[in-house]
Design a protein around this ligand. Structure first.
Ligand SMILES: C[C@H](O)CC(=O)SCCNC(=O)CCNC(=O)[C@H](O)C(C)(C)COP(=O)(O)OP(=O)(O)OC[C@H]1O[C@@H](n2cnc3c(N)ncnc32)[C@H](O)[C@@H]1OP(=O)(O)O
Length: 629
């Protein structure tokens, strides 16, 4: 076999059958860096020119086709003038070199073909994938749109509705679904993939299989009138779901351009829009979050000293209440054996029942299969004594009495523990790095994003956000409006403003945690009587249908005209008077006044060394509080 290296990032091998196999090599996910793309172009140019090459297969090394464009290159300096030319990558390389190749090309997809990876595959004459491969265009989750022709080719391969769904939700499909959608032409086992692709491309050459140029396919696209209706619906949905985001609308406009004015016009519009969006604040923030999320499990002095996580198989959980049962659910769903310890039969039954109901909800929502329900339940055992805890590898919820403090680490789950994606791993000065490494491994297995922090009141999330309600109370006592504050904050992108959130959490919890903050941070805790006064009136928030808002039976909140009486009383107790400037605040002022104290608290957490890096606090805010990423 003739084997030639083309630069570093793709390799071309030409077999005796005349099929050139071009392999993308860029670990860990074979992302398409500028070097890879350059090298890919060179490989294609060579394959086109060489007489001994009859057909081409493109694939990725080590079982991964490609994870898409190299995200770390966004916003960076592109070395050559050529690369800065609009449309160079999508029109000149993907379309005019690869798709326009005079030799048939088959993409052999194992593992993943995401973003630019799938876009490259869609420019080939046919695609084969393994059943487990993930194929999708998740660019929108990074604040950009598909930029290698995906907005044009995906609708032409799978129809407009499905293409919109895949792009707007950034959700990939697996090989089999891709086949039933028409995105791939065959599903093959990983062992057979390359050979089948080889034969497939020769079959195309010999007219035994169709040679399809995706960009000019028209049979899957709806007629213009119908297409416009679908796009209109998608627009209004995107606006409703994420009113602050522009790029989903840009994506829809670009798709429409292709349908109305033809795919070539669509490609150019896509290239221009991609370039512009790659410099937007939204994309910079979302890309920051992408890397920050992956960085939380890198803890200096802990994960870089060669420790290997110990094998944890069996976990005991003390207490089967709301949190205990949620944690147990998360663990058994990830194949850990769990012993749930309770103090009497009745509480134990209630805990087990809660866990089963959590699992049943998962089944009902289609997130797990019925057989996984049984399997998960079989991993759960109840116990009323400590005897059965003798051989467990980890215990959740005791510790104060142990002498071995190096083995103690805090695992702060957020309610609902089997749903909320964040896990705060709280270490003390004595906690051994090994225990942290073990818990990091468990958090990965139960699909949580871990943030390692030091011990302090409220840990990272609750401490950062305690000034959220505090700032609200301070403003309201001085004349700002409760409902206007909540509205401005939700428009900014938080799931709930401070008052709606206080209602949800319940005033009992709010007062109990508030007391902790008063004790620990007396100089910056605002002592308003508003919540205690509401409590006196038997309002404790959503659970009692009355708090800052009134709630109907469906938990829908409405404004309460009586609230002002409580505010006036609280104001007179505090001895403050209305500040006319605060009565009619601009939305931007409200946002800054509520959220800057949160940012300040985050800075303190960082300054005190409680958090290792600022990125970890960004992730805590986004995943623990729903702060808009
Ligand atoms: C022009 C085009 O239209 C634009 C694009 O293509 S934009 C890119 C589109 N692609 C994506 O959005 C895919 C992003 N990646 C992912 O979703 C996931 O990383 C994945 C499903 C590929 C792999 O997931 P998983 O196996 O859990 O590994 P994960 O930890 O996420 O990633 C492994 C490493 O690859 C890196 N990586 C993943 N995708 C990358 C990409 N496209 N570019 C650069 N680095 C990438 C991660 O940062 C991580 O690095 P680290 O080990 O140093 O932390």
């Amino acid at each position: 076999m003739d084997r030639r290296r083309v630069k570093e990032s793709t390799v071309m091998e030409v077999g005796p059958d005349g099929v050139a196999i071009i392999t993308i090599i860029n670990p860990p996910v074979n992302s398409l860096s500028f070097d890879v793309l350059h090298s890919l172009k060179e490989s294609f140019d060579q394959a086109s020119q060489r007489d001994d090459v009859k057909a081409i297969v493109v694939t990725g090394a080590k079982g991964k086709f490609s994870g898409g464009f190299d995200i770390s290159a966004f916003g960076g300096h592109q070395e050559t003038k050529e690369l800065q030319k609009p449309g160079f990558l999508s029109v000149e390389i993907i379309t005019d070199t690869i798709e326009a190749s005079r030799k048939p090309t088959v993409a052999a997809i194992d593992g993943l073909a995401l973003g630019g990876g799938l876009e490259l595959a869609m420019a080939c004459s046919a695609r084969l994938s393994t059943s487990n491969a993930q194929l999708g265009l998740p660019e929108l989750q990074l604040g950009i749109i598909p930029g290698f022709g995906g907005t044009q080719r995906l609708p032409r391969l799978v129809g407009l509705s499905k293409a919109l769904e895949m792009m707007l939700n950034s959700k990939p499909v697996k090989g089999r679904e891709a086949f039933s959608l028409g995105l791939v032409d065959g599903v093959v086992s990983p062992d057979e993939l390359l050979n089948t692709a080889r034969q497939w491309t020769l079959d195309i050459l010999n007219h035994r299989r169709p040679w399809v140029v995706s960009l000019y396919r028209n049979d899957k696209i709806e007629p213009l009138g119908e297409a416009r209706e679908i796009l209109k619906f998608a627009r209004s949905r995107a606006q409703k779901e994420a009113p602050n985001l522009k790029h989903p609308l840009v994506c829809i406009d670009v798709i429409e351009e292709g349908i109305v004015s033809g795919p070539r016009a669509g490609l150019w519009k896509e290239a221009e829009a991609s370039e512009e969006l790659s410099h937007s604040d939204t994309s910079k923030s979302l890309i920051h979050i992408f890397f920050a999320k992956r960085g939380t499990s890198k803890v200096p002095g802990v994960t870089d000293i060669g420790l290997v996580p110990r094998h944890v198989k069996k976990v005991a959980i003390i207490g089967g209440g709301l949190m205990g049962s949620g944690i147990a659910t998360a663990l058994i769903l990830s194949n850990y054996s769990v012993i749930l310890k309770e103090v009497n039969e009745q509480l134990l039954d209630a805990g087990v029942k809660r866990i089963k109901s959590n699992l049943q909800n998962r089944v009902n929502e289609g997130e797990i299969a019925e057989e996984n329900f049984e399997k998960a339940v079989s991993l759960l055992k109840g116990s009323l004594d400590y005897e059965s805890l003798k051989d467990v590898d980890m215990v959740i919820e005791i510790g104060e009495r142990t002498k071995s403090h190096d083995r103690i680490v805090g695992a702060h789950f957020f309610s609902l523990a089997h749903v909320t994606p964040l896990l705060e791993i709280v270490r003390t000065k004595q906690t051994s790095p090994q225990v942290i490494v073990d818990l990091l491994d468990i958090s990965k297995k139960i699909k949580k994003t871990p943030v390692v922090i030091g011990n302090c009141t409220g840990f990272a999330v609750n401490r950062m956000f305690f000034p959220y309600t505090q700032a609200g109370l301070l403003l309201v006592e001085r004349g700002a409006d409760v409902y206007q504050i909540d509205e401005a904050i939700t428009k900014f992108g938080m799931p709930m403003g401070p008052f709606r959130l206080a209602d949800l959490v319940g005033f009992g919890v709010a007062v109990a945690t508030g007391t902790q903050f008063i004790r620990n941070f007396p100089e910056r805790t605002y002592k308003s009587m508003l919540i205690p006064l509401l409590q006196e009136d038997k309002r404790t928030g959503e659970a009692t249908h009355k708090g800052f808002y009134l709630y109907d039976d469906k938990r829908k909140a409405s404004v309460d005209p009586e609230l002002k009486n409580f505010i006036e009383k609280a104001r007179s107790i505090s001895g403050v008077s209305i500040d006319p400037k605060l009565v009619k605040l601009q939305e931007t002022d409200i946002i800054e006044m509520i959220l800057f104290p949160v940012v300040n608290e985050a800075c303190r957490i960082l300054d005190e060394g409680i958090a290792v890096k600022a990125d970890d606090l960004d992730i805590s805010a986004v995943m623990g509080m729903g702060f808009p990423p």
